[in-house]
Design a protein around this ligand. Structure first.
Ligand code: URA
Length: 239
């Protein structure tokens, strides 16, 4: 973050006024007077104004990313694969993914530094609806559709009823939307495997009422205040 923005974010003054303070030599970064506008400040830097140490107000940010395939959603990967955090250019906030998507799954992933919201949204008792666009090999039989809708036993426990809507079906492949309410590990892939339809591609298109819309693959955007409120309320209602 640029130094004048940092000062303004700490509540010192307007950004323009903060620029004047920098030029006047009133600001130090890590003990050194900085008079250059636009100097970059990073997390962990000690910034002082007139000798007083500043702290940036803990500000929550909420992002929606259209995750590409080929990225892990863990913060670090032992195989040195790319992580979704490589796609987020925000050096001032340490965000983390809300839940997970497989390496080969694309689509809607929320990221935030709001630990409470993450905890609530990923708690198994909350059953947030998640809709996936699934492409499987072959023409999906009626029996398989029925099984996917009514529930499939995975590790001795039946999945909750799911909504299934066929989008496109041919001899070669079937594309459908599947809405599930749980978040069991590799759930959609395992459900499809269980009915003998291997997944060719998997993309999450919505979480609750939040949808990917026109967000490009690899791009991210901030949630609107309305969307953030919706997520917070959703938790509340589920308690
Ligand atoms: N279900 C899966 O199988 N994989 C995902 O990434 C998400 C849901």
């Amino acid at each position: 973050m640029r130094l004048q923005k940092y000062l303004a974010s700490c509540g010192i003054a307007s950004r323009r006024k903060c620029e004047a303070y920098i030029l006047e030599g009133k600001v130090t970064v890590n003990g050194e007077v900085i008079r250059t506008l636009g100097t970059q400040v990073e997390e962990g830097d000690e910034v002082c104004f007139c000798g007083n140490k500043l702290t940036l107000k803990e500000e929550y940010v909420y992002y929606m990313l259209n995750k590409p395939v080929g990225y892990v959603t863990t913060v670090q990967d032992e195989k040195q694969r790319q992580t979704v955090l490589d796609l987020i250019h925000d050096e001032m906030h340490r965000v983390f993914p809300v839940g997970r998507l497989d390496y080969n799954t694309s689509g809607l992933l929320l990221l935030t530094n709001d630990g409470n919201l993450t905890y609530e949204l990923t708690h198994p008792k909350h059953h947030v609806n998640k809709c996936y666009e699934v492409k499987v090999k072959g023409s999906l039989s009626e029996a398989a559709k029925y099984a996917l809708r009514t529930g499939i036993v995975l590790e001795g426990k039946k999945t909750y009823p799911a909504e299934l809507k066929v989008i496109k079906q041919s001899e070669k492949s079937t594309v459908f939307h599947l809405t599930i309410h749980e978040g069991r590990n590799r759930q959609v892939r395992r459900m499809c495997e269980a009915v003998d339809y291997p997944v060719l591609s998997l993309k999450r298109i919505s979480v609750g009422k939040l949808t990917l819309g026109q967000l490009e693959v690899g791009a991210y955007r901030s949630l609107t205040p309305k969307e953030v409120n919706y997520l917070k309320k959703m938790n509340h209602n589920n308690h």
